[in-house]
Design a protein around this ligand. Structure first.
Ligand SMILES: Nc1ncnc2c1ncn2[C@@H]1O[C@H](COP(=O)(O)OP(=O)(O)OP(=O)(O)O)[C@@H](O)[C@H]1O
Ligand SMILES: [Mg+2]
Length: 320
């Protein structure tokens, strides 16, 4: 497969990160000092949290990064068993260089159950000599207080228009495509500061036709629908309804899908998300209800919004 632009253009050092100025400045002081606390990164999708963690590791370890930086990304790496097993093993074992600590990066820390978080908190306490954790999440509200209080907290923001244009320019200078101004505006409007989404849309659009207009961007949007749906469900689970509404709008109005198609995509995606059986069942039942409502021809967007609200309700239940 062709190299993904999200990987190809991912900056390797902190100076390459766009925006997030305050975060980067502070991280640089840690590097200068040679010591740092545990870190908690929060912010929306595709704004540089993972990239910053990788860049930080590059700057701290250089060529020794591989031996000292561990990335926990798979969903099976975040249950309570994994926290007691793998995460603890990694945290226990000492670093292989002259550096005092190794780094463990955990993406989507807000998807840890509160039990797993409690176990994790003990791991943090017990192995602080060997390891620094970087936790990444959308919002800190689902991270238990004892973890929050052990971390320095950093908030990442969606990229503004100026930085987004800078990013598009960087890719445009290196790849064989041309994009008209209207298409750039549509791209910026659809991606709302999420550079992963933007970069993927741009790459797909350029493969459809290297003279990119609004039409290619919209075709690309259709192809990325699965990723969109997943992001939308995650946002719903976090209660970001304003954004969910916008995503639905993009799919139904900009993307040209009808409500039934969107429901099918949601149904498919639900089975790829980490979720217990009981919840899956409840959601399947809800999807069935919505399906029926849609077949009666009533307002699609409203019913889909209701379904998204249900994701939030179920998601809250696990934190009670
Ligand atoms: N601030 C940024 N500076 C430079 N590149 C960025 C920035 N934000 C996002 N990107 C680019 O977008 C892509 C995704 O970024 P990254 O993986 O860091 O996002 P994230 O914030 O970790 O998202 P998620 O919450 O979905 O994990 C990468 O290609 C990265 O280079
Ligand atoms: Mg990430």
């Amino acid at each position: 497969m062709k190299e993904l632009w999200t990987e190809k253009y991912r900056p390797e050092d902190l100076d390459g990160i766009l925006g997030q100025h305050d975060v980067i400045e502070k991280l640089k002081t840690y590097i200068d000092r040679g010591s740092m606390p545990h870190l908690l990164f929060s912010g929306p999708l595709g704004v540089g949290k993972t990239t910053t963690a990788l860049a930080l590791a590059n700057e701290i370890y250089g060529k020794d990064k591989k031996a000292n930086f561990i990335e926990l990304t798979r969903s099976e790496e975040r249950g309570i068993d994994a926290i007691r097993g793998k995460v603890k093993e990694e945290a226990k074992s000492r670093t292989l260089t002259e550096k005092d600590f190794k780094l463990i990066f955990m993406d989507q820390a807000d998807s840890l159950t509160s039990d797993a978080q409690s176990a994790f908190r003990r791991t943090m306490e017990n192995f602080s000599d060997n390891v620094r954790f970087i936790l990444s999440c959308s919002t800190t509200s689902k991270i238990i207080d004892p973890i929050q209080s052990r971390c320095a907290s950093f908030r990442f923001h969606p990229l503004d228009k100026e930085r987004t244009l800078e990013w598009i320019k960087k890719i445009e200078d290196n790849e064989d495509f041309e994009i008209d101004e209207n298409a750039v505006n549509v791209l910026i409007r659809i991606s709302k500061g999420d550079l992963r989404k933007l970069t993927n849309l741009l790459q797909i659009a350029s493969s459809i036709d290297p003279e990119i207009t609004e039409k290619e961007i919209k075709s690309a949007l259709k192809e990325t629908k699965t990723a969109d749906i997943r992001g939308m469900i995650l946002k719903a689970q976090q209660g970001n309804f304003e954004e969910v509404r916008e995503e639905l709008y993009d799919l139904l109005i900009e993307g040209g899908y009808d409500a039934e198609q969107v429901l099918q995509m949601i149904r498919k995606e639900v089975f790829n998300l980490p979720m217990d059986k009981d919840k899956r069942k409840k959601i399947a039942r809800k999807i069935g209800e919505v399906d029926l409502d849609l077949s009666r021809g009533s307002k699609g967007q409203i019913h889909l919004q209701r379904l998204m609200a249900f994701f939030a309700v179920l998601s809250d239940e696990s934190y009670r």
